[in-house]
Design a protein. Structure first.
Lengths: 177, 310
């Protein structure tokens, strides 16, 4: 499709066929737009279903009918429940780990992209492995260390763990792409 | 990225340059060192303790016998004879193969479709990225809804046209493919994005020349587009291959490794051995094996990716 859409008629010397090319070109364009639109709806359907369920009244959650009166009751329930507390907990965790990661990661990324020194490849590989490592490989040692240090169930402890991911990520993203 | 390389001692102001060169190196090292120190503490230290723990029969239930290195390879020997671990490797291989192939195929197809100069197409490109930017647990929740017959739009639609379907995630024959479908949905935007970027880097001149020479669309794809995006396909595939090793939220929410252990990948099995059975030494050995595979794949990414992009 893409190749066709880029195909601008070259034939100024052959006006008759150029018109034909242009017409079939336009048909193809419409067809490809239609395909994109259909795929878009199809791919987003699971997500849209989640969104509509959020607005459905609780007693109608298993309901069959497509039309319903949207309600904000579920969102009101959120404000009254534990959600606010957990959301407030997320803020220091994410801002702490992101902030520290940027402070350390950005200068390092700049250096790695500008300076080819001996061992550059090894450091790049190390950072990439840290970014790609399965969480379980860090979960086990961190869990055991936290039991010992008493950092379990603390915001600081959580921020440190996310720091492992975000530092390697902020270094990795900007220096190697 | 242009490489800054200054030859010291050239030109009339040689000594001055050498000085500048030295202080530049010092400044660069100063920028790099703190990050490496933090990463060292946060990744090398846990990594090393993981490997050390994998040589012991470490268990929180039996602290006395935990730190013994009498038979350091016992966990690894046990791995070879553990049918559940061998099965988890097989499950991982199946899941990886299916998801990576489908993500590359769907990503390539959509990238070709979306690589058009049109206001509409350029506008909707971003919307296709939604699955990738959703929090993993939300993606898992979405698919839990889809695979739960009572509330699932999929099951209702199939029932409406007279094709009722049993729950896909509780059937041993389909559970793994159901998880794979959810993963493909979540991550096809990643391969699509990478391939789209590669497509837009293809120079216009050879395409133009081939078209004037009468090449048809298939020939253009085969001889110009494909060679230009080949390296990207390999790197995108390797990135997905590494990431699928970490499949956790989807499996945790959708199937919990079951039914039986048909959706239990090595990563997940390690989690169960550690947190459910408290065999930390054995779980560390499994995690070390997974870590080693990821390391080898990262090395391959470095080999392919940076060799071709540099």
């Amino acid at each position: 499709m893409t190749i066709a859409s880029r195909l601008e008629p070259v034939g100024t010397s052959l006006p008759a066929t150029a018109v034909g090319v242009r017409r079939s070109h336009r048909h193809e364009r419409i067809a490809s737009h239609a395909v994109v639109a259909v795929l878009l709806v199809l791919i987003l359907l699971p997500f849209l279903w989640l969104v509509q369920m959020a607005f459905r009244p609780t007693d109608d959650i298993f309901g069959d009918q497509i039309w319903f009166v949207p309600t904000l009751a579920n969102f009101e329930a959120l404000l009254g429940g534990k959600f606010v507390g957990s959301f407030v907990n997320s803020l220091p965790v994410s801002s702490l780990s992101t902030g520290i990661a940027l402070v350390f990661g950005v200068p390092a990324a700049f250096v790695l992209s500008r300076w080819r020194f001996r061992g550059h490849g090894h450091i790049a590989l190390w950072i990439l492995t840290a970014r790609m490592a399965p969480p379980i490989a860090f979960t086990i040692p961190f869990f055991l260390a936290y039991r010992w240090l008493g950092l379990q169930d603390t915001v600081i402890g959580l921020a440190i763990i996310y720091l492992t991911l975000s530092t390697s990520r902020s270094t990795c993203r900007s220096s190697f792409g | 990225v242009p490489e800054l390389r200054f030859e010291a001692g050239r030109g009339p102001r040689g000594p001055k340059r050498t000085n500048w060169h030295a202080s530049r190196r010092q400044a660069l090292a100063g920028g790099l060192a703190p990050a490496l120190a933090v990463l060292g503490i946060l990744t090398l230290l846990p990594g090393l303790s993981l490997i050390v723990a994998s040589f012991t029969p470490f268990s929180l239930v039996d602290p006395e016998r935990s730190f013994t290195f009498a038979d350091p390879l016992t966990n690894y020997r046990q791995l070879w004879h553990d049918p559940r671990f061998l099965n988890s490797v097989l499950v991982q291989a199946k899941l990886s193969a299916v998801t990576v192939v489908l993500q590359l195929a769907i990503g390539l197809g959509l990238a070709l479709l979306l690589n058009a100069r049109s206001v509409f197409v350029e506008g909707v490109r971003t919307i296709f990225l939604i699955p990738m930017v959703l929090p993993p647990i939300v993606v898992a929740l979405i698919w839990k809804i889809i695979y739960t017959p009572d509330i699932s739009p999929l099951h209702r639609a199939l029932e409406a046209i007279g094709l009722p379907l049993g729950s896909l995630i509780t059937d041993a024959g389909t559970a793994l493919w159901a998880v794979a479908a959810a993963d493909v949905w979540q991550w096809f935007p990643f391969t699509m994005l990478m391939i789209l970027a590669a497509l837009q880097m293809i120079p216009e001149e050879p395409m133009e020349a081939a078209r004037i020479d009468g090449a048809n669309r298939r020939q253009l794809f085969r001889h110009i587009v494909l060679p230009n995006i080949q390296a990207t396909l390999v790197v995108a595939g390797l990135f997905r291959l590494i990431d699928i090793f970490k499949a956790f939220p989807l499996i945790y929410v959708l199937t919990d490794g079951g039914p039986g252990s048909v959706t239990e990948v090595a990563n997940y099995y390690s989690f169960i051995e550690a947190f459910n059975f408290s065999y930390w030494g054995y779980a560390s050995a499994i995690a070390t094996v997974v870590l080693l595979s990821v390391f080898l794949l990262s090395w391959a990414v470095g080999r392919f990716g940076w060799a071709t992009s540099a």
